[in-house]
Write a protein that binds this ligand. Structure first.
Ligand code: Q46
Ligand code: ZN
Ligand code: ZN
Length: 328
């Protein structure tokens, strides 16, 4: 197996491109794919300030590394979710990464700042952890970006994530979500622009990128993700991809080219008011994040893990349908 560019021994084969790369040209390939996405979807421009939502997993650390290497001014934002050892480990990977590269990292800990954590919020609301988790992350990413004057929030969603979310939304014809499944969402009143520069790169490529670049990341999955449909959709698509390389990319990019504009882009958001407590966009007097903070006030902390249930799987899938959260 030889590198397509230099004919030296290759370290990875990418079947959908019918190409193998050595480590040097693989890194270049990843950067080229990100540069192509940024240009094609007009995600951001040099000189803009970017806020990368980092979870400690491979994708978010890789996208931060790539943007920094490409010369973008990119700070990191990490939200401590309070999911036991998983969150403690994730935080350490993010801190080490930022320190090694001398990058600015903003840290918000749910327990310290808002006196709740994801397991406790799940118990209080009697909903799956991903529901309170997704809500908290979306709110904190948006408000940190708006308050900090950033031009865009960056997330590490890769091609596998986007294809799996699309598959789930198509399976159930979630047309309200389909219209928002774009690699860039423009800024709207009170919401920052959101961009996904990794949409041309697969999960396996991002893991390989981290190894080649010496990025230590949280390999362990979130203990509260078990059983959600998103992982099942990935498995289905992986089987399809193995039988027919290029299927995921054809599915996702064909959707962007021919179908996404046929679905509504959530026009109702433009009529949103302001939360009386925090000033964030809200459809009632208090935004859903502040309502969650109110509901968890004084609740006794709950530890991890929370038992699985069918109800959990369904809500986890709903929470992930917009693919707005941080990926690992
Ligand atoms: S961290 Fe949070 Fe994910 Fe864990 S609780 Fe669910 S949403 S699975 S990206
Ligand atoms: Zn090479
Ligand atoms: Zn609020």
């Amino acid at each position: 197996m030889k590198c397509k560019v230099c004919r030296e021994p290759a370290i990875i084969d990418i079947r959908r491109h019918n190409a193998n790369f050595c480590s040097e040209h693989f890194v270049r390939y990843c950067h080229d794919q990100v540069a192509r996405s940024i240009k094609e979807f007009a995600m951001c421009s040099p000189g803009e300030r970017l806020l990368v939502a980092v979870s400690g997993g491979k994708d978010s650390l890789a996208v931060w590394d790539i943007l920094d290497s490409m010369g973008y001014e990119a700070d990191g934002l990490y939200v401590g979710l309070g999911i036991g050892d998983y969150s403690e480990g994730s935080g350490r990977y993010v801190q080490a990464f930022a320190e090694q590269r001398n990058l600015r990292l903003i840290e918000i800990d749910l327990r310290e700042s808002y006196d709740y954590d994801v397991p406790t919020a799940a118990a209080v609301t009697k909903r799956v952890p991903c529901s309170a988790c997704g809500l908290s992350k979306r709110h904190l990413f948006d408000s940190a970006a708006v308050d900090g004057g950033y031009d865009a929030v960056v997330t590490g969603h890769n091609l596998d994530d986007e294809a799996a979310v699309l598959y789930g939304n198509v399976m159930r014809w979630q047309t309200n979500y389909l219209g928002r499944q774009k690699p860039v969402l423009a800024a709207r009143k009170g919401f920052p622009r959101k961009i996904k520069p990794l949409v041309r790169l697969g999960e396996r490529e991002m893991a390989a990128y981290c190894i080649v670049r010496g990025i230590d990341y949280q390999v362990e999955e979130c203990p509260m993700a078990a059983g959600n449909k998103h992982l099942q959709y990935k498995e289905i698509l992986n089987m399809q991809e193995a039988a027919s390389p290029g299927s995921k990319a054809a599915f996702y990019f064909g959707f962007l080219r021919d179908a996404v504009d046929r679905f509504d882009d959530d026009p109702a958001d433009d009529t949103l008011g302001r939360c009386e407590r925090c000033g964030a966009p809200a459809s009632s007097e208090i935004c859903s994040f502040c309502r969650l903070v109110q509901r968890t006030e004084g609740a006794a902390p709950v530890s991890v893990p929370i038992p699985r249930s069918k109800r959990k799987s369904k809500a986890a899938e709903r929470a992930i349908s917009t693919s707005d959260g941080v990926t690992t």
